[in-house]
Ligand binder design. Sequence first.
Ligand code: PLP
Length: 333
Amino acid sequence: MGTSTIAPNAVGNTAVALPGPAVFHVPSAQEERPFIYVNGQMLPKNKAMVSVYDHGLLYGDGVFEGIRVYRGRIFKSKQHMDRLYKCAEAIRMQIPISKDEMVAVQRRCIEMNNLADGYIRLVVSRGYGTLGLDPRKCPVPGVICIADEIHLFPKEMYENGMRVVVANRPKTPIPCLDPRIKSLNYLNNILAKCEAIDFGCHEVVMLNTDGDVTEGSGDNIFMIKDGVVYTTPSDAGILEGITREFVQKTLCPALGLKCIEKNFKLDELLKADEVFLTGSAAEIIAVSQIDQHDGKVITTANHIGKVKGEGPLTKKLRAKFREIVTSDNVPEE
Ligand SMILES: Cc1ncc(COP(=O)(O)O)c(C=O)c1O
């Protein structure tokens, strides 16, 4: 007989040592921050928890947003709210609070945690239900808002550019699960990201099942050729990124650059003068090298463009981006 025991009903019992990770460890004072909004309550980090019957946990059933806070303002708040509610509708889920209330929750989290620059993670899960897929058994979606600091990539990587690898795993096709839905089901992206990790990279370039370039595991992709900026279209199977749109509609026009959406294959990407990625967390980051692998080893290493590190137009776009997000007019619209 083994030493493991079946856990007795925990209610009223003192802790019994059982096999498995002790994730509910005794909290220290530092672990109380930030205060997190969980289903109508502001709770210290170490008390901010959801039910193990939550379908967000059990099935990845839900939607989310990643949002930047610059100078205490919620960058592109309206667009994030529109996308969140549209995605919820796409998975047939009705968010229990209005967009205005959702924004008020975020502002409360920002204030309570004294956050000037940071990141908001909003999660709306299908909520507490039963052990079965049926979403009708989850009467109320759960809402979580975390406002915290973020340091995604080291500063040098923005100047030197990032090395990425082409993922073997294709992007989930639109008819299976539309990548335009920012759902809690991110395994396709996570397993692609694992390919990057296996090869010592931070990101991947994901292709769709037709071999068209789509995006990274958590960011959109752009290339620059002969002074023109290109990005992949929505129907390639991508998340319609809010930073992507900011580059297309604000930054490129501000610099007099033409920005075109078009499908392109890997060959064309490898011949680009510059490549960069965009995302709320990543902001704008140059890609300096694109590797390919045969499943086990790197087979090719393509250096992007003639310039080592961040290309000149990417540098200008990033500088314009920084200028806006560090100004007194951080756009919330
Ligand atoms: C798969 C994917 N693509 C693109 C993006 C970039 O979108 P946004 O600029 O709205 O953050 C994200 C961001 O989380 C993402 O997860």
